[in-house]
Ligand binder design. Sequence first.
Ligand code: ADE
Ligand code: ZN
Length: 326
Amino acid sequence: MALPAPSAPLPKAELHLHIEGTLEPELAFSLAARNGVPLPYADTGELRRAYDFADLQSFLDLYYDLMAVLRTAEDFTDLAEAYLERAARQGVRHAEIFFDPQAHTARGVPFGAVVEGLGRALDRAEERHGISTRLIMCFLRDLPAESALATLEEAKPHLDRITGIGLDSAEVGHPPAKFAEVYAAAAELGLRRVAHAGEEGPPEYVREALDVLGVERIDHGLRALEDPELVERLVRERVPLTLCPLSNVRLRTVGTLADHPLRRMMDAGLLVTVNSDDPAYFGGYVGDNYHAVAGALGLDAGQLRELARNSFLAAFLDHDEERRAR
Ligand code: ADE
Ligand code: ZN
């Protein structure tokens, strides 16, 4: 196989990416016009100026509001296609893509329109962009557990398209154990399991995600660092953590990128990966996150390669697929 040109971006997998968080202002305005949805912003500049977040909740408020423009299967296809095109340019070879079905079904958009719309873009992602994909359905943890169970029921006719489940949205006050039943039911169905934990919530939520939900990866997990025993366990059990450095700065879970613990986490032996979370809102796609941490934390080429290698190790790929993707 030919070596990549020196300027080619490092091949990588992206494991923590909310497809709704890739909705760029330009696409939001064009979908708003196509669907006749009014937006409370004069133009894309005014919308971008609203991306000044105090914490996770202030981001989520805007994130859910802007989803109003996503109405049809075609909208979801266009959204995913735009992400895949950008991701390919940043070296992404494999993407495990989160979506938030409850945020759409609650607005009257059928579950099937969301999954089939995303699926149309993902079906041609290998051919068009050289990216293999997985779809991970996230439950909104600030909604009742019953709503998550009903969503799993709705997903059943579409399980050929869905690899796993996740847990996202407002973390504090919504511990993982609230979702024990739906995670057990999903495991019975053969679905892979991940969860956001330790983004704003305490280390105990990380432990609960592992012990009660049986997750295979932790999304974020930053606050695990407050508990040395938990860190030791994460190292010992090789639990992957999907970090999102630019997101952490924008949502003020870390002060500046130079304060980000990613390098310390690598040095501690944790299996960390770099991802973009909601790139349209946080100032960069996954390659931009690599570039930003390399600069701010002084990572060398070997450390960047380690992060990329970790991303394939932590992916839901079988051995042969992993080798081909790298
Ligand atoms: N949904 C989209 N982005 C999220 C994040 N960073 N944390 C929790 N829920 C989210
Ligand atoms: Zn996230």
